[in-house]
Design a protein around this ligand. Structure first.
Ligand code: SAH
Length: 353
């Protein structure tokens, strides 16, 4: 039994069942406190870890926004949940091609795992001129100039609540203990605010944590001016379904298996987040699929230019990485890209029909 499983069981014995959100919050922060969740040797692999091309494309997107904002100096690039720092390093290398961009940028990393902050610091050692700073919470962000915020597989790690439909009412889904003392799901209090109807047993997910993050970010973007880009697996229409998932050694495992030693996430309801951002006065183009977004930014040209200097094996790897990022049966369709901007006249690259 993992240490965290024992701790959660003791908490439940003492205080009763906990919400899925409370359970997820503990599992995720315990999990990321270790250093090596991602990559081939870790539990899962993310787009920036698949290929440098991913971060380079995002870097060009940021440079494009910066140009369209009138090349402000200084400006702030915020990355939420930067993992090993790979995306930021690839972004900065690509964005350095926009003349003057690198000397104007101030980098802020929002990361709450001390272990990962150390890994990110080492990865960004060559970018001291960008004044790299860390925050744990958006509330303490002091953005210099306009703000450009990005996050890859960040939102999925923020906790969700689950509601389950039973006998005409939605109940909070809870984590409790069965007769043998094992972790199990159960139903808690009725949630009167969820008004839609559902099939018996249906599950509906909602995330005050993601929405609160969005509200904070939108407030900052309206104050400072700028844009945001969030990439994650998820859906563009809200609906029912249980998407809570745990991954370990590149395989799905039971969410109660070794709690805190597997990556626990859920699909992102982009419809809910987009509605929230727009209601607060930001402008969001329709959410697009990752494959279409990267192709619109010209990923094929970057792949072709990398191919030129590559040997046969490397060429195969570049082709495989391209497919992994863009193919509909790989990450191309499941992963979505949400853009947002403070000024509707600024057309965000990659979102055009
Ligand atoms: N963006 C990286 C890592 C994704 S994993 C990549 O694509 O490879 C999720 C990241 O979000 C980790 O760095 C994790 O520590 C961080 N994280 C999770 N919850 C967080 C929170 N509430 N505040 C700040 N960072 C968080």
């Amino acid at each position: 039994m993992s240490d965290l499983t024992a701790h959660i069981k003791a908490t439940i014995r003492q205080s009763g069942p906990m919400s899925v959100a409370a359970f997820m919050q503990q599992a995720v922060s315990h999990y990321y406190a270790q250093q090596k969740p991602f990559g081939r040797d870790g539990d899962f692999i993310t787009a920036p870890e698949i290929s440098q091309m991913f971060g380079e494309m995002i870097g060009l997107w940021v440079a494009d926004v910066w140009e369209k904002l009138g090349r402000p100096d200084p400006f702030t690039v915020l990355e939420c949940g930067p993992g090993r720092g790979t995306l930021m390093v690839d972004m900065l290398r690509a964005a350095a091609r926009a003349e003057g961009g690198l000397s104007a940028v101030r980098v802020v990393l929002m990361e709450n795992s001390p272990a990962l902050r150390a890994v990110q610091g080492a990865a960004l050692a060559g970018y001291a001129a960008c004044d790299v700073a860390w925050i744990e919470d958006l509330a303490v962000l002091k953005a210099e100039g306009p703000l450009i915020a990005v996050g890859n597989e960040f939102l999925d790690a923020l906790p969700i609540h689950q509601a389950q439909y039973q006998a005409g009412q939605w109940h909070e889904r809870m984590v409790g203990l069965d007769h043998d003392g094992a972790l199990t799901f159960g139903l808690g209090a009725v949630l009167p605010t969820v008004t839609m109807t559902g099939d018996e047993g249906a599950i509906f997910e909602f995330s005050p944590a993601r929405e609160a993050f969005m509200v904070q970010l939108v407030t900052l973007l309206k104050k400072q001016g700028g844009a945001g880009l969030f990439i994650d697996y998820g859906h563009t229409q809200s609906g029912t379904g249980d998407t809570l998932q745990a991954m370990k050694d590149h395989k799905f495992v039971d969410v109660f298996d070794g709690v805190g030693t597997a990556d626990l996430t859920s699909h992102v309801d982009f419809a809910a987040l987009k509605n929230r951002a727009e209601a607060l006065g930001l402008f969001c183009p329709p959410v697009v699929e990752q494959g279409r977004f990267l192709e619109a930014l010209g990923l094929i040209h970057r792949a072709q230019s990398l191919m030129k200097g590559a040997d046969e094996l490397q060429q195969k790897e570049i082709k495989a990485a391209y497919d992994r990022l863009c193919a509909p049966d790989q990450m191309g369709v499941l992963f979505k890209v949400m853009g947002m901007v403070s000024d509707p006249s600024l057309a965000l690259a990659g979102f055009q029909e």
